[in-house]
Design a protein around this ligand. Structure first.
Ligand SMILES: [Zn+2]
Length: 56
């Protein structure tokens, strides 16, 4: 099944074994992120969750 990354628009083909296959098969408009963007999002999330620098 061909899917498109919701973030960068990159097209990818996923197999039935893909963790998001069932979700996307049921709802083709569901949000999908390619591996690159998933990594980026995880990185951004970890940056966001880092404690802020102490003031002063
Ligand atoms: Zn992407």
């Amino acid at each position: 099944m061909e899917v498109r990354c919701s973030l960068c628009g990159r097209k990818e083909v996923i197999k039935k074994t893909h963790k998001d296959y069932q979700r996307l098969a049921k709802n083709p408009n569901a949000v999908y992120f390619c591996k690159m963007c998933q990594m980026k999002l995880q990185h951004d999330a970890s940056e966001y969750n880092k404690p802020k620098k102490p003031i002063g």
